[in-house]
Design a protein around this ligand. Structure first.
Ligand code: SF4
Length: 440
């Protein structure tokens, strides 16, 4: 037995990839540990969405490189978006790294591992995936309640600020049968929640050239599977949310009434500069359509502060949009130029760091305000929640749970355990969570 430590940066797709890497390496005697100091193999799964995340990866490699000086048998690997994009720079900055592999090369690991165990330095980066059926490989899932299933990888949208089309390639959907088989195994293993993942999840099926293969139909098929579980899907691209998808969410009782729909900016000129394929008005219409169908739905979003050329007035449109749309929560970030992207070349329009961070702070302030308002709407309502964790404080057992609409709910209960569903009446709201008491 050898110890494996994987540090995962970035999005849920990376977390899902790490579970797959861990599963493959388990066939080679590697057991995952939380303690990097006792590991025989260290892997960093990187993110390049912002410079900060990329810098973090190099800083971790620097620390591990020092350890390797005293323990030359230690194996160091790097994968994910930085590896896919930056292999030359990794080789120069961290020549002691044993294994560099790209986002398309995870399923090549069985042969790559044998090579590094023979003391070869290996770099495997291709632009095309090398796997036919992901179900042929074991997955070491971390969470005991929720299981991720990547259903589509890559993106065709080329938003001008985003590296994903360069690091993850064009959209590739998995076949529905393969996804359903994975879901059946997940349910059999006792998971209570399935999250379908995709950088642009509602584009699912477009590349498979069969009009019946859509996210809506996949949800309908998964909903028919027996078992007490629920289904989520992230991340939605606003203009790819079809009426049929909304109908499927409505029809399928296992599908959570929750949408994550990044808007990025509340101003149509900036959206055009970002190469987003919708206007502010079109985004408003989508939100209105969803809210009319599901009164207790939550809609979350992403916003970028200080995109090149954004004026103060245009930024104010974003704050206004968050208010008017009553968005329940938003991920926010200051604009960070990424290599290869169009926006990174708009250097003459770059805003100062000070302006970007002032705007980010205002965005965060607005976010806190609308989050609290959104949470207060649920006081007195009964939400069905799934228990994700238990904390015992001063002899009181507090359950940490998540409602179908993604709200975090804490409640005291001595009978329920992790993986149980419960109905909870909401009694108190704070900015980031709700409190309640079990009913029925
Ligand atoms: S939709 Fe845009 S932001 Fe999202 S992954 Fe694709 S290119 Fe990036």
């Amino acid at each position: 037995m050898k110890n494996l430590y994987i540090e995962t940066l970035g999005c849920q797709m990376n977390k899902s990839d790490s579970e797959r890497i861990s599963g493959i390496l388990s066939h080679f005697g590697y057991v995952e540990t939380d303690n990097e100091k006792e590991a025989d193999m260290l892997i960093i799964n990187t993110c390049s969405i912002r410079q900060l995340a990329a810098d973090k990866a190099y800083s971790k490699l620097g620390v591990w490189g020092k350890w390797k000086k005293t323990r030359p048998e230690l194996k160091i690997g790097i994968c994910g978006c930085v590896a896919q994009q930056d292999k030359e720079s990794i080789r120069q900055r961290a020549p002691y790294v044993d294994l560099i592999f790209g986002t398309h090369n995870i399923y090549e690991l069985p042969s790559l591992i044998k090579r590094i165990e023979n003391n070869e330095k290996v770099c495997a980066i291709t632009n095309k995936p090398v796997v036919k059926n992901q179900n042929d490989f074991k997955i070491e899932r971390k969470d005991s309640v929720n299981a991720w299933i990547p259903i589509i990888e890559g993106c065709n949208n080329f938003c001008t600020y985003c590296v994903v089309p360069f690091t993850r390639g064009r959209e590739r959907s998995r076949k529905p049968d393969e996804i359903i088989e994975e879901a059946k195994n997940i349910i059999k293993d006792g998971f209570k929640e399935i999250t379908l993942l995709g950088q642009n999840v509602d584009s699912y099926g477009k590349d498979l050239n069969d009009e019946n293969i859509t996210l809506a139909n996949l949800l309908r098929d998964l909903n028919k599977l027996e078992g007490n579980f629920r289904i989520r899907f992230v991340t939605s691209y606003p203009s790819d949310i079809t009426d049929d998808l909304i109908s499927a969410v409505e029809e399928c009782e296992k599908v959570c009434k929750y949408f994550h729909i990044p808007m990025q900016s509340g101003n149509s000129r900036i959206l055009k500069e970002m190469n987003r394929r919708y206007t502010k008005e079109e985004y408003y219409q989508i939100v209105k359509k969803i809210r009319t169908r599901f009164p207790d739905v939550t809609i979350t979003s992403d916003f970028i502060a200080g995109f090149p050329g954004e004026t103060e007035e245009e930024f104010q449109d974003t704050l206004k949009a968050i208010d008017e749309l009553e968005l329940d929560y938003s991920n926010t970030a200051a604009y960070s130029p990424r290599e290869f992207t169009k926006a990174a070349k708009m250097t003459d329009k770059f805003l100062s760091e000070q302006v970007k961070y002032e705007r980010l702070e205002k965005l965060n302030e607005k976010n806190r305000e609308v989050c609290l308002k959104s949470n207060e709407k649920f006081i007195g309502k009964i939400l069905n929640v799934l228990v994700e964790g238990v904390t015992v404080k001063d002899e009181t057992r507090v359950l940490n749970s998540r409602a179908g609409n993604n709200k975090i709910v804490h409640f005291e209960d001595n009978t329920k355990n992790i993986g149980d569903f419960a109905n909870v009446k909401i009694t108190k709201a704070q900015t980031w969570c709700l409190y309640g008491e079990p009913v029925g």
